[in-house]
Design a protein around this ligand. Structure first.
Ligand code: E4P
Length: 215
């Protein structure tokens, strides 16, 4: 499973990219709104840092509007992926993008049937939302497993992005259940590095080393 970062914050993207494990970025209108910057300018900045897929979401709700918006966004850089909501209009747009060779990420996926429809429309990625399913007491992990099984059975090459990740356990389970990618907020990405025994181990190794050096 690969790692994307789920943010529009440039500092977070730079720091995550320096770690050497970043395969892409996802943004959404809420994340961009928090930044108080021009959307297109921010996408230019992000794509100058990250060479992997950078998801940029359309705001229109009709296919024609989504296609116009997506075509403009796709001109920003070759690694822009157009993020489209899981609606009938959204999938019409996905079909057009896929015929034009423009990559797509179908977002707000909450059922396996939605994922299958998106894949058949030609989606490059589907994004099932784990945290938002948790919020209503549903099982997001089962959803990832089911989508992964269906894609395997039918030889579908659409990649599954585990999204709406809220804590490290979401990441482990997403990997175990067959997600190809987890898109992770910066805070959770950094939590993945941590274990108290790692910190204690480093402290002890350094203390032993320094004691030995003094002899
Ligand atoms: C994914 O692409 C979305 O941007 C994101 O993961 C949504 O997460 P949230 O449910 O924490 O807002």
């Amino acid at each position: 499973m690969k790692f994307f970062i789920d943010t529009a914050n440039l500092e977070e993207i730079k720091k995550a990219n320096e770690l050497g494990i970043l395969a892409g970025v996802t943004t959404n209108p809420s994340l961009v709104a928090k930044e108080n910057v021009s959307f297109h300018d921010r996408l230019r900045e992000i794509t100058s840092i990250v060479s992997g897929s950078v998801s940029a979401e359309v705001i229109s709700t009709d296919a024609k509007g989504m296609i116009e918006e997506g075509e403009e966004l796709a001109k920003i850089a070759p690694n822009i992926t157009i993020k489209v909501p899981m609606t009938p209009e959204g999938l019409k747009a996905v079909k057009v993008f896929s015929e034009k060779g423009i990559k797509t990420n179908v977002t707000l996926v909450f059922t396996a049937n939605q994922a299958l429809l998106a894949a058949r429309a030609g989606a490059t990625y589907v994004s099932p939302f784990l945290g938002r399913l948790d919020d209503i007491g549903h099982n997001g992990f089962e959803l990832i497993s089911t989508i992964a099984d269906i894609f395997n059975i039918h030889g579908i090459d659409t990649e599954i992005i585990a999204a709406s990740i809220r804590h490290p356990l979401h990441v482990t389970e997403a990997a175990l259940r067959g997600a190809h990618i987890a898109t992770v907020p910066y805070k959770v990405l950094m939590q993945l590095f941590n274990h108290p025994l790692t910190d204690q181990g480093i402290e002890k190794f350094l203390a032993d080393w320094n004691r030995q050096k003094q002899q």
